[in-house]
Design a protein around this ligand. Structure first.
Ligand SMILES: [Zn+2]
Length: 209
């Protein structure tokens, strides 16, 4: 643990979220700043990085976090898995920023028409197992599917939202993250990305936005 890191990242979770929300508004309107993408920035962060947020999002090619939040290099830790799903290895990657660098914010970002969720819903619904490790993803999404089915509505979209909140819950209960969330030094936001509009909407937040 770097004890000086609190002074390096001088942002609260709420301020970090505001920066992401501002970037997303720029993405939606097409009026982006493209910050931190110069050769100077590359040199500035070559020896040390202090990203202000961790984004946990899907592998989907249409949801690149640096673009949808209008950020550059050195700004975000990005962990991308299908849906997104979390296991111990993924949790370790999410822990890295908050534990080692006092990163103040984690955003879990699900998205509209998620292919992984769609495949899981079809696999479970039809009783057809997907091959190899794809089935591991399906099983990881199954609890969200069950929640969504009980709730009704658009099964795929509800499963996306339930899966996002499941991932938030898993990370919120993480032994390394939970105490930091309790003190407020770390915030967690669950969010939903619209492929149609580019807009990120908040589903849940551990702090006052
Ligand atoms: Zn997806």
């Amino acid at each position: 643990m770097n004890e000086t890191s609190h002074r390096v990242i001088d942002l609260t979770a709420s301020q970090a979220w505001s920066r992401l929300a501002r970037g997303n508004r720029a993405w939606v309107t097409g009026d982006r700043d493209y910050p931190h993408q110069s050769a100077e920035r590359r040199q500035e962060v070559a020896r040390a990085q202090h990203p202000f947020a961790v984004v946990v999002s899907c592998i989907d090619s249409r949801v690149p976090p640096e673009m949808v939040f209008d950020q550059g290099i050195g700004d975000l830790f990005v962990v991308r898995t299908a849906a997104p799903t979390v296991d111990d290895l993924v949790a370790g990657s999410v822990e890295y920023g908050p534990v080692e660098d006092a990163t103040p914010l984690i955003v879990v970002l699900g998205h509209q028409r998620c292919g992984a969720v769609t495949a899981a819903v079809e696999s479970i619904g039809h009783g057809h197992r997907l091959p190899s490790h794809l089935d591991v993803i399906v099983e990881s999404i199954r609890p969200a599917y069950e929640q969504a089915r009980a709730k009704g509505g658009d099964l795929i979209d509800q499963t996306v939202r339930a899966q996002t909140l499941q991932t938030v819950a898993t990370l919120t209960a993480d032994p390394a993250l939970s105490p930091r969330i309790d003190t407020g030094e770390l915030g967690v936001v669950g969010a939903y990305y619209s492929l149609d509009s580019g807009q990120v909407s908040v589903l849940s937040s551990s702090f006052k936005l």
